[in-house]
Design a binder for this molecule. Structure first.
Ligand code: NBG
Length: 809
């Protein structure tokens, strides 16, 4: 059905001339100006709207097809979405990239300048948020009816800057100029309650009498599929005070701040992503955000369910709600509250429905990353939910006691409530108990979850546990990020089909042995380095791009750099392989140890730069403010991908996949998805080093790990650490060396020698250019498995059991 024609609307044209007409018309009617007087901002907004119109038409058809099919939906709940810029993506997906640029030029506008105003949405932080965006992209591409739910933060995580090498955080006001990609939907606003108390009503039922009311106002952004007409949405909630939250009498009395106090308080909920949680009020704000997200989203999900269904027992047949980590876990007690308190269902029926509806993805192994909330704060903010959690817990622990009679310790470990040293609600336990499926994000991670972090639960319910190895969007991370390589691949494979079926990349394998193809491959990589413009394009570009965390071990890379610096200084004039080492990433504002590492990296970079004996061979660059945009420039230029976490700590990693796909060779530990990457690309095309998980755990838990012993036995390591301690790098970073020598939580010193040796192998391999190019091509050719399309198919067959709905033209 052509909805536009069905409504008597003129179909949107596919020629450059028609696009130009639509641009002019949008400029005139939506911006109120003409091409002669338009600002670049006018031109940008108009371009965005004109592209968006093409997708809006598909969106309308998608909604109609979904309504007619009344399918089982995937609802993805996530605290963050790292979407990346929208313009370039939406031009590609709407097939307007070429005609849009011609039209702009026809109007005398510079496409690059106009497109340059597109802003990256500040809705995400790291791997978890980017995975959410890649899965949405793949779901739309596979025609899966899905909605992503999130919060529309006014400010993103923060903008990173360096001052004297130190990270400083500035507000990321990403919507300062508005956001042309967003459709407001004020009619679907929801009311959210906080605080208050509970009472028993005249029928003996528990009721929540809330103390604060906040409005959740939705808007959505489009999530187009590639090569299909499906356009899904991501629906984002923004907090607002109710209309009575503005106190006119106080305002009239000149008390302007007090007059808007309540509204400001409400709006703080969607102010920033991951507000600092080092204070009580920061922690309460985070919990409020989480409840705000799930309360709005669940009411919206129920509203949508009711459009075509009336029987609650059909709810799980029509709905699967995927909890992205523990942040949205409150959805479980909230759905119970809605079903029992508001809809009058029996507890047992509600609980059965609930468990069938939810599934939980865990993204970590670090026990300290599993969220818990102090009971006192929880009870104040969500008194009814705590009662519900207590009841869930009571019934759950009865089941545990039944299965494991007399095992008091097990009951204590599995309880939804931690008792010692203070009483807290354990969100991961709640997420496991209240869902039908739990998954890890790489094979090793899923195994370790069952053996360590969630072991008791896996013993109770082995069938509940699954693995779904992460994946990445080939559209975003090769087609858009690396257009020249994409063209080369398309030419070599004879079609673009590989973009939606990444396994076809295996067709490149024979070309690894073709010298002419290798030389073209090399030219593309070099051009990508030139485009990036951060170092000699002939040098080995060695990249470590990810959030700063001690378990990821940026400090290990730094020790290697210092060692190389010392070698070059001590033995000048050797044939050193010139390297450009590129770091990018942010540290959480309250994570001081990570910030010390950042500062030391900048100091080492400056020291090397100032040393003419070393700088021809070694350069360290650290562009600020890592995000999808910067990543998309760095990844295609990389020769070497640093994936050097302590084994058993990185759940999966997805940067590792993006880099391998773009022909970088990995140096890495047997951690997370590195293992699966190495299995596929082959051990000859991957630089392995370090302790594996059992060895690392044994060393860490053995009780006699002595980082100092490694320092004393290894002269190069000692030299590197002494240089830091002696203040050789602008006098900064002693904290880093002291922490490594003192406790070294992540076994950096234990893995140092093996790492440096592996880096020496990298140098040897680099010198054999033809072999290196061969390995690079094989990395790309064998990375097809890591498409997010495969990940979504795995979710469908393991957990979701949903069917695609075709959107007809
Ligand atoms: C991250 C893990 C990564 C993993 C992504 C996506 C968080 C909390 N976790 O290893 O650290 O690849 O999640 O699953 O961002």
């Amino acid at each position: 059905m052509d909805v536009r024609n069905g409504m008597g609307l003129r179909p949107l044209g596919t020629s450059a001339a028609e696009f130009e007409q639509d641009l002019l018309s949008n400029l005139y009617y939506r911006r109120g100006t003409t091409v002669e007087s338009a600002s670049t901002q006018d031109a940008y907004e108009t371009l965005a709207l004109t592209v968006r119109d093409r997708l809006a038409e598909r969106r309308v058809r998608t909604a109609a097809a979904h309504y007619a099919a009344n399918p089982r939906w995937v609802y993805y709940l996530s605290a963050e979405y790292l979407l990346g810029k929208q313009l370039e993506q939406n031009m590609l997906y709407s097939g307007t990239d070429r005609i849009a640029r011609i039209a702009l030029q026809q109007l005398g506008l510079d496409p690059a300048e106009v497109e340059g105003l597109d802003v990256e949405p500040g809705l995400g932080n790291g791997g978890l948020g980017r995975l959410a965006a890649c899965l949405l992209d793949a779901m739309a591409t596979l025609d899966i009816p899905a909605v992503g739910y999130g919060i529309r933060y006014d400010f993103g995580i923060f903008k990173q800057d360096f001052q004297d090498g130190k990270q400083v955080e500035r507000p990321d006001d990403w919507t300062f100029q508005g956001n042309p990609w967003e459709f407001p939907a004020p009619d679907d606003r929801q009311t959210v309650f906080f605080y208050g108390h509970t009472e028993v009503d005249e029928h003996g039922k528990k009721q929540w009498i809330p103390g604060e009311v906040v409005l959740g106002e939705p808007s959505h952004m489009l999530v187009p599929g590639h090569g299909t007409d499906t356009v899904n949405i991501v629906r984002l909630w923004r907090a607002r005070g109710s209309s009575s939250s503005f106190d006119l009498s106080r305002f009239s009395a000149g008390q302007y701040a007090e007059a808007v106090d309540e509204a400001v308080h409400a709006e703080n909920i969607s102010k920033v992503l991951y507000p600092d949680d080092s204070t009580d009020s920061g922690r309460e704000l985070r919990l409020k955000q989480q409840y705000f997200l799930v309360s709005c989203s669940l009411r919206d999900i129920i509203r949508r369910f009711r459009l075509r269904n009336s029987d609650w027992s059909d709810f799980p047949k029509k709905t699967v709600i995927q909890l992205n980590d523990t942040h949205p876990t409150l959805a479980i007690p909230e759905l119970m509250r809605l079903l029992v308190d508001e809809e009058g269902l029996s507890w047992d029926l509600a609980w059965a429905l609930c468990k069938q509806t939810f599934a939980y993805t865990c993204h970590t192994l670090l026990p300290e990353a599993l969220e818990t909330w102090a009971i006192g704060m929880f009870e104040r903010l969500l008194p009814r939910h705590l009662e519900i959690i207590y009841r869930i817990n009571e019934e759950f622990l009865a089941e545990v006691r039944d299965r494991f009679p007399g095992d008091v310790d097990r009951v204590r470990r599995m309880s939804l409530i931690q008792e010692e040293p203070e009483r807290r609600v354990r969100m991961a336990n709640l997420a496991v108990v209240g869902t039908q499926a739990v998954n890890g994000v790489a094979e090793l991670h899923s195994d370790l979850l069952k053996e360590t972090t969630l072991r008791d639960f896996a013993e109770l319910w082995p069938a509940k546990f699954h693995n779904v190895t992460n994946g990445i969007s080939p559209r975003r991370f090769i087609k858009l990020a690396n257009p020249t390589l994409s063209s080369l691949i398309t030419e070599a494979l004879g079609s673009e089909a590989w973009i939606n079926d990444l396994s076809l990349l295996s067709g490149l394998e024979p070309l690894a042995d073709d010298a002419a193809f290798r030389s073209r491959w090399k030219a593309v990589k070099r051009a990508n380095k030139e485009r990036l413009g951060l170092g000699d394009p002939d040098s080995l570009t060695d990249v470590m791009i990810k959030r700063f965390h001690e378990y990821k071990r940026q400090q290990l890379k730094l020790l290697h750099i210092i060692t190389q610096y010392h070698r070059i200084k001590q033995n000048p004039g050797q044939a050193y392989v010139p390297r450009t080492v590129l770091f990018a990433g942010k540290a959480a504002p309250a994570y001081h140890a990570a910030k010390h590492i950042i500062r030391l990296i900048n100091a080492v970079a400056a020291t090397i730069d100032a040393d003419p004996a070393v700088s021809p061979y070694l350069k360290v660059v650290f562009p600020a403010n890592y995000n999808v945009t910067l990543g998309s420039l760095i990844i295609p230029a990389a020769d070497l991908s640093e994936q050097i976490s302590m084994a058993g700590k990185e759940a999966s990693g997805t940067g590792n996949m993006k880099l391998a796909l773009n022909g970088a060779l990995t140096i890495g530990t047997l951690d997370g998805a590195n293992i699966e990457i190495r299995d596929r690309v082959g051990g000859d095309n991957f630089f392995l080093f370090g302790l594996d998980t059992p060895a690392a755990l044994a060393l860490r838990n053995g009780g006699d790990y002595s980082p100092r012993a490694y320092y004393e036995q290894d002269p190069e390591l000692r030299h590197a650490l002494d240089a830091i301690l002696d203040g050789k790098f602008l006098g900064v970073g002693r904290e880093v060396a002291e922490s490594l020598l003192g406790w070294d939580e992540y076994l950096t010193l234990a893995d140092y020698r093996s790492y440096v040796d592996a880096q020496d192998e990298v140098d040897v391999a680099w010198k054999d250019e033809e072999q290196w190019l061969r390995k690079s091509i094989l990395n790309t050719a064998r990375s097809g498995f890591f498409s997010a399309d495969r990940t979504v198919r795995d979710y469908i067959s393991e957990i979701w059991h949903v069917n695609p709905v075709q959107v007809k033209h």
